[in-house]
Design a protein around this ligand. Structure first.
Ligand SMILES: Cc1cc2nc3c(=O)[nH]c(=O)nc-3n(C[C@H](O)[C@H](O)[C@H](O)COP(=O)(O)OP(=O)(O)OC[C@H]3O[C@@H](n4cnc5c(N)ncnc54)[C@H](O)[C@@H]3O)c2cc1C
Length: 383
């Protein structure tokens, strides 16, 4: 579709964040143009799709945890609305997440985290090995313990993006299949920069790529996998997650690497498969159908950048969602669309302002110099 005249809102980036923002803005009556040479080709194309505010809560991320809880609470309605609007299946599942520990050391580490999560009031229930295997009989017999987070759900990110693409077209968004090199090119009253790792080059903000290698297996004979919960495994000091889909796919992830290449390495595949089969031995019989890498858009404090650029109130950033862009999609889209519709920022945006990293210089327009950021905490966790 070709834009007819200036838009109310130009959205740069057609990943889950940009698409959902565009959909929500169009639903509020704004004329929206979205720019992306290859929508859905960013981090979401490899993401696992865990919607896990509990199992993904770590020490030192309280602001982020609040956001995850708030956005996860919107997911049931968001998924129903999007599926109803498009008639498409998102692969949304609500069985919950089981975290399991194989050795005494793994269990000690996991218990510290469960205690922290419960102290925050998050719903997590420790379970004995027999109780875990009652729920998932394929789990390894040598488990030492685990916990259930019943409110942690999952969605298939590729189906999510496909549905959002249909939704924006149906809502009247103009989608232009080209990249934006400079925000000055855009003819709109307001601009939303939702370009994932491309955000640094457009704005000068500290969004950096954090590599994740991830695998996809398929159950034999086209059957559904023999387990239903998302499994997070602590396996002999390694960490792995297993995400079963009803179509037979199992996602096995993922490495967290401070680098920006997309190579898939033998060592990473070996580590992921070893940990996965330690947790569910039957996975050794599954077909290995895909080994990919993606780049998470990381920020110095692991929380997203949401809000206007310093000195440019007409440019709103919605980027830097790091490990959580899928779970944070509904909340981000609502906060940004409300801000653009009313001009009044939700109080939740205060802690997420792009200005929080002391950016006093205006955004760089007409430059492609990327900005760096502090590395993620080197805590050995696989996320
Ligand atoms: C291995 C891995 C596993 C993950 N698992 C999970 C998970 O289980 N749960 C979860 O919540 N999150 C997960 N994530 C994180 C999640 O994928 C990201 O946070 C999310 O995709 C961010 O969405 P986004 O739309 O901001 O960016 P992206 O999905 O990266 O999309 C950015 C889009 O912007 C476009 N773009 C870039 N530059 C420009 C430009 N100059 N002009 C126009 N368009 C541009 C790109 O083409 C792309 O389509 C995972 C990520 C990885 C890598």
């Amino acid at each position: 579709m070709v834009a007819a005249g200036p838009s109310d809102v130009a959205v740069v980036g057609g990943g889950p964040i940009g698409l959902a923002v565009a959909w929500r803005c169009a639903a509020r009556g704004m004329r929206v143009t979205l720019y992306d040479a290859a929508p859905g080709s960013g981090a979401s194309d490899v993401a696992a799709g865990m919607l896990a505010p509990v199992a993904e809560t770590y020490f030192g991320e309280r602001v982020l945890t609040g956001l995850l809880v708030s956005s996860a609470a919107r997911w049931p309605d968001f998924a129903a609305e999007l599926a109803g609007y498009t008639g498409l299946d998102l692969g949304y599942r609500t069985e919950g997440t089981l975290t399991v520990a194989l050795t005494p050391d793994d269990l000690a580490e996991a218990e510290r985290l469960w205690t922290y999560q419960r102290d925050l009031g998050l719903p997590v229930t420790p379970l004995r090995p027999a109780e875990l295997r009652d729920r998932e009989p394929l789990l390894a017999t040598r488990l030492r313990g685990g916990a259930l987070a019943p409110g942690d759900h999952q969605v298939d990110p590729r189906r999510l993006v496909a549905a959002l693409r249909v939704a924006v077209e149906r809502a009247g968004v103009t989608v232009l299949a080209r990249p934006v090199r400079d925000l000055a090119e855009l003819d709109a009253t307001a601009t939303v920069v939702a370009a994932g790792c491309g955000t640094a080059a457009l704005t000068g903000l500290p969004v950096r790529p954090v590599k994740g290698q991830i695998l996809r297996l398929r159950a034999p004979g086209g059957a559904a996998p023999g387990f239903r919960h998302v499994i997070q495994g602590h396996a002999d000091g390694r960490h792995v997650y297993l995400v079963p889909r009803t179509d037979g796919e199992v996602v096995v992830g993922a490495t967290v690497e401070e680098r920006a290449d997309l190579d898939v390495t033998a060592g990473a595949v070996l580590d992921l498969l070893r940990a996965a089969t330690d947790v569910i031995p039957e996975l050794a019989e599954y077909e290995l159908v895909e080994a990919r890498s993606g780049l998470r858009p990381g920020t110095p404090d692991n929380a997203p950048l949401l809000g206007p650029l310093p000195d440019r109130p007409d440019v709103v950033v919605a980027a830097g969602h790091f490990r959580h862009g899928i779970v944070l999609t509904p909340l981000t889209a609502d906060l940004v669309a409300d801000l653009l519709a009313t001009g009044t920022p939700d109080p939740a945006l205060a802690a997420l302002s792009p200005a929080r990293f002391g950016t006093t210089t205006p955004a760089r327009f007409g430059t492609t110099t990327p900005a760096g950021g502090r590395p993620a905490p080197d805590d050995g966790l696989t996320r």
